[in-house]
Design a protein around this ligand. Structure first.
Ligand SMILES: Nc1ncnc2c1ncn2[C@@H]1O[C@H](COP(=O)(O)OP(=O)(O)OP(=O)(O)O)[C@@H](O)[C@H]1O
Ligand SMILES: [Mg+2]
Length: 192
């Protein structure tokens, strides 16, 4: 299988050169193959979110490098050329429903594709397809995202990332805080 993501000697220090300096990633080396499904487990504070956020260059390594497809991310990578890259790597944060903001479900999901330059009509099509994928009923499309259940809100937030058609999807604790039913829904969705 092709290698899609690899970390080489990655260190990440939060607040370097301060008394609060914290080595969150300590010489991480890993490879994730194209087409694979990988889970990362570890105690609270062990660095899972820190690691995940390196994959879309939201944070950069203090030293070492990360290869994602054709892109290389190092300490010297600037944000200038990362827009296309970020479209390639979809990131669903922990409690993604906190990022919902639009007046309606459909507008919320259309935001990403529009922000990346799609026409409103194309963005709407992408949003409808993504909402179908996460099993959100059409009758909810014009509702406020804030009137939905916790599990529905989370699925709408995930649809917002899927609508950009990323090649890599990162989910940071996608089932945190959901009841068993919501948990099952999300895991089924991830498998699909
Ligand atoms: N912005 C930050 N500034 C300083 N230290 C941080 C920051 N973010 C995380 N840390 C520290 O880095 C370490 C790794 O944190 P991280 O959030 O990556 O862990 P995690 O495995 O995702 O934990 P959890 O399971 O609780 O989500 C922790 O010690 C944390 O306190
Ligand atoms: Mg975390």
């Amino acid at each position: 299988m092709d290698k899609e993501i690899s970390f080489s000697n990655v260190n990440h220090v939060y607040e370097p050169d301060s008394p609060l300096a914290k080595l969150a990633l300590d010489n991480v080396n890993l490879t994730i193959n194209r087409g694979s499904f990988t889970a990362i487990i570890g105690h609270t504070g062990s660095g899972k979110s820190t690691l995940a956020q390196h994959i879309n260059a939201l944070i950069k390594p203090t030293s070492g490098s990360i290869q994602v497809g054709a892109y290389e991310i190092t300490n010297h990578t600037t944000n200038k050329n990362l827009k296309r890259f970020r479209q390639h790597v979809g990131m669903v944060f922990q409690f993604p429903e906190k990022q919902l903001f639009a007046e309606t479900v459909i507008k919320d999901v259309m935001f990403g594709p529009q922000n990346y330059g799609q026409t409103p009509a194309d963005a709407q099509q992408a949003a409808i397809a993504a909402l179908k994928l996460v099993n959100i009923d059409e009758e909810l499309f014009e509702k406020s995202p804030f009137d939905l259940s916790g599990g529905q809100m989370r699925r709408v937030a995930i649809a917002g990332v899927l609508a950009m058609n990323p090649e890599i999807l990162i989910l940071d604790e996608p089932t945190a805080g959901l009841d068993p039913e919501g948990h099952r829904e999300i895991m089924t969705l991830v498998k699909n």
